[in-house]
Design a protein around this ligand. Structure first.
Ligand code: HEC
Ligand code: HEC
Ligand code: HEC
Ligand code: HEC
Ligand code: HEC
Length: 192
């Protein structure tokens, strides 16, 4: 017993140092990979768990029923509370998760007629100009995720410093398509 104990102590320092170094390194990497984005971005979810998939399938609805272009060509954006109320005017009283979510919508927003504070993943910083009207020739999925197949809205990540969404299309994404199609890529085209 004595021998083994002292033998361990002689080489123990080096091994212990190596173990502590590896543990420390792993810890730093975890902190960097996992912790840093946590510090940088706050996570949020939509006020109502709206399912595009359910409305495309069960509801048989087209995109333009909820996302319509205004005369200016600027995207009107998201549907009003009244638009949801056309189909969800009354509580279901049901017990399933879907029914509970509908009841929350009806009680919190439709009946008191309050706007639903939807979060917009794509919102660009104020100094960027973008209009859907110049881009009507493209599929929605060239710039947005394929929401029609989604049962849940994605988690929303907001940059704590700039307050902008992490999920916006980045400048190189805009410029790549413009360059391919010979659209002017001068700074003033997109920055006002
Ligand atoms: C019943 C109304 C309704 C229909 C129909 C609908 N949407 Fe939506 N859409 C919403 C609502 C509400 C939101 C906000 C909540 C969310 O992001 O899921 C939204 C959000 C989005 C967003 C996210 C925009 C952003 O950056 O935040 C995209 C993209 C989108 N819809 C595309 C589509 C497409 C493509 C279709 C057709 C396949 C469609 N929508 C059909 C109501 C609708
Ligand atoms: C060329 C890229 C592009 C295409 C194609 C595109 N979008 Fe967008 N979309 C954007 C950008 C960029 C924004 C953010 C605009 C802003 O910051 O004001 C946005 C914003 C939105 C929003 C948020 C609400 C609003 O009014 O800004 C919805 C909803 C949306 N898009 C739906 C659609 C749908 C539906 C289609 C297909 C019919 C589509 N988009 C096609 C780039 C695109
Ligand atoms: C044209 C009719 C129609 C409109 C408009 C409509 N819905 Fe629905 N909605 C449906 C149908 C159909 C279902 C599926 C059957 C059910 O669960 O009652 C559904 C289901 C839902 C559910 C439960 C789905 C699930 O399983 O997650 C929610 C939440 C919901 N709708 C929210 C909304 C919101 C928010 C709006 C407005 C942006 C809206 N709906 C607009 C027809 C509609
Ligand atoms: C899939 C290809 C594609 C992507 C991605 C794209 N664009 Fe465009 N954009 C075009 C085309 C094509 C035109 C020229 C349309 C025309 O002249 O009618 C254009 C024109 C424009 C214009 C000038 C017309 C106007 O509305 O004043 C602006 C500004 C613009 N884009 C901004 C953006 C921004 C910002 C992004 C990224 C968030 C972006 N675009 C992403 C294809 C694209
Ligand atoms: C086709 C559209 C487009 C053009 C052309 C364009 N930008 Fe941008 N730019 C964007 C968009 C969209 C953003 C916001 C998203 C992001 O940060 O990538 C942005 C963001 C930026 C930012 C902030 C970057 C950051 O990370 O916060 C700077 C600085 C910038 N642009 C400078 C320029 C300069 C300089 C030019 C000309 C050489 C230029 N841009 C041309 C679309 C464009």
């Amino acid at each position: 017993m004595e021998d083994r104990h002292s033998a361990k102590q002689t080489c123990g320092g080096g091994v212990l140092f190596a173990i502590m170094f590896i543990v420390g390194l792993a810890g730093a990497l975890v902190a960097g990979w996992w912790g840093f984005p946590q510090l940088l971005y706050s996570q949020n979810s939509q006020p109502i768990r709206f399912s595009h998939k359910v409305h495309a399938e069960a509801g048989g609805m087209e995109c333009k029923q909820c996302h319509t272009y205004a005369a200016s060509g600027q995207y009107v954006g998201l549907p009003s509370t009244e638009a949801c109320g056309e189909c969800h005017a009354d509580e279901t009283g049901g017990k399933s998760d879907s029914d509970k979510e509908i009841d929350k919508l009806v009680k919190t927003y439709v009946q008191p007629n309050k706007p639903i504070p939807w979060l917009t993943y794509q919102f660009q910083p104020d100094n960027v100009f973008f209009s859907h009207s110049a881009h009507t020739g493209f599929e929605c999925v060239s710039c947005h995720p394929d929401v029609a197949k989604m049962d849940n809205p994605p988690v929303y990540y907001q940059d704590r410093l700039s307050t902008y969404s992490k999920q916006t299309m980045r400048m190189p994404g805009c410029e790549r398509c413009h360059a391919e199609l010979g659209v002017n890529n001068a700074c003033y085209v997109c920055h006002k």
